[in-house]
Design a protein around this ligand. Structure first.
Ligand code: NAP
Ligand code: ZN
Length: 352
């Protein structure tokens, strides 16, 4: 076992605080990595606040992890000490079911193991995530960070990136696609960059007029204010595909109306009840309303390689671990440009 230091929520109401704990001794197929940077996902906040009713405490969040390998178990073949590596939202799965066989580990029929708030498959212990100085993970769930990616700006690819990439690929977004991204936050801004990278024409639909210039700079060709009824009406039937990243319960009908016939709206945000929704909105126009959760390991590696090849880096605002509670307050006000990333060197201050 090794001593670790991280930040944990001890209950749904109190701020995150320094939390010393033990990481497991390396199993034969484990990799230990020093965490250099960890992105801050809105799901970290939902989880710690117990918004989804399944939180177990102490909860150390963080599933956008990048760093370097410091030790490997004797059976590890994929990674070596010193390699630049990453861990996303998953640290294990059954590896035998039909989903795992096609590298859809996140859809594991036996249930995949989350990087935090999950249950270790061997000991049953609670998994503790990336707001910490190091982590021990089974080698198959450790990804390679290509040399051309800047480590300090790569972390958000591991969740914000893959969560938007996976539905873009599934619905074959590419050259000639006219799409919209709803909500310009961590996920949304990656959705824009990746869709532009795939050759699509992208509109940002936002509640924040002040984000217009940023949306265009990210590569969007247009911006639509969701509060502008006339502009929304004028955009009726405009898009082949819409990615909805809004983190709170909301009415999707105004967005479904913006789909062309055969178009698809994919929800990746807020896990909540849909307010009353008339099915006629889908039937007329053969429209698809779908959901999507993160992505598998192979697809995440494909994305890291795509980002390296296309020089796509998330827009990161670097913070110290000690700033996390303030960063969360800002995230709740939609004041993020466009992903907070924690510099784990700052944890030294809490090691006393
Ligand atoms: P975020 O950085 O906070 O961004 C969310 C954006 O949504 C905000 O910046 C804002 O953009 C918009 N928004 C906020 N409140 C809104 C409201 N009341 N009405 C309409 N728009 C609003 O969050 P994130 O990290 O991107 O995560 C987004 C959601 O995806 C969260 O619910 C998160 O838990 C979820 N998530 C899902 C998966 C998955 O696997 N499906 C993975 C990761 C995260 P504008 O200012 O442009 O309006
Ligand atoms: Zn996330």
């Amino acid at each position: 076992m090794t001593r670790a230091i991280g930040y944990a929520a001890l209950d749904p109401a109190t701020p995150l605080q320094p939390f010393p704990f033990e990481r497991r001794a390396l199993r034969d197929n484990d990799v230990s990595l020093r965490i250099r940077y960890c992105g801050v996902c809105h799901s970290d906040l939902h989880s710690c606040r117990n918004d989804w009713g399944n939180a177990r405490y102490p909860l150390v969040p963080g599933h956008e992890i990048v760093g370097e390998v410091t030790a490997v178990g004797p059976a590890v073949t994929r990674h070596r000490v010193g390699d630049r590596v990453a861990v996303g939202c998953l640290v294990d799965s059954c590896m035998a079911c039909p989903s795992c066989e096609i590298s859809h580990e996140h859809q594991c029929e036996a249930g995949s193991t989350g990087t935090y708030n999950g249950k270790d498959r061997v000991t049953g212990e609670l998994t503790l995530g990336g707001y910490s100085d190091h982590i021990v993970v089974r080698e198959e769930f450790v990804l390679k960070v290509p040399d051309r990616l800047d480590l300090a700006r790569a972390a958000p690819i591991l969740c914000a990136g893959i969560t938007t990439w996976s539905p873009l690929r599934r619905f074959k977004v590419g050259k000639g696609s006219r799409i919209a991204v709803v909500g310009l936050g961590g996920l949304g801004h990656m959705g824009v960059k990746l869709a532009v990278g795939l050759g699509a024409d992208v509109t940002v639909i936002t509640t924040s007029a002040g984000k217009t210039a940023d949306a265009l700079a990210l590569g969007a060709s247009a911006v639509l204010l969701s509060t502008d009824r006339e502009a929304m009406k004028a955009a009726n039937r405009r898009f082949d595909f819409i990615l909805d990243t809004v983190p709170v319960q909301h009415d999707v009908a105004p967005y479904v109306r913006l789909l062309r016939p055969e178009g698809a709206l994919v929800m990746v945000g807020a896990i909540d009840a849909l307010p009353s929704f008339h099915s006629g909105l889908l039937l007329g126009g053969n429209k698809v309303l779908a959901g999507s959760a993160i992505g598998g390991i192979a697809e995440t590696q494909e994305l890291l390689d795509f980002c390296a090849a296309h020089d796509i880096h998330p827009d990161c605002e670097m913070i110290s671990m000690q700033d996390i509670n303030h960063a969360w307050e800002r995230m709740e006000r939609a004041d993020v440009k466009y992903r907070f990333v924690i510099d784990m060197a700052s944890l030294e201050q809490d090691r006393a």
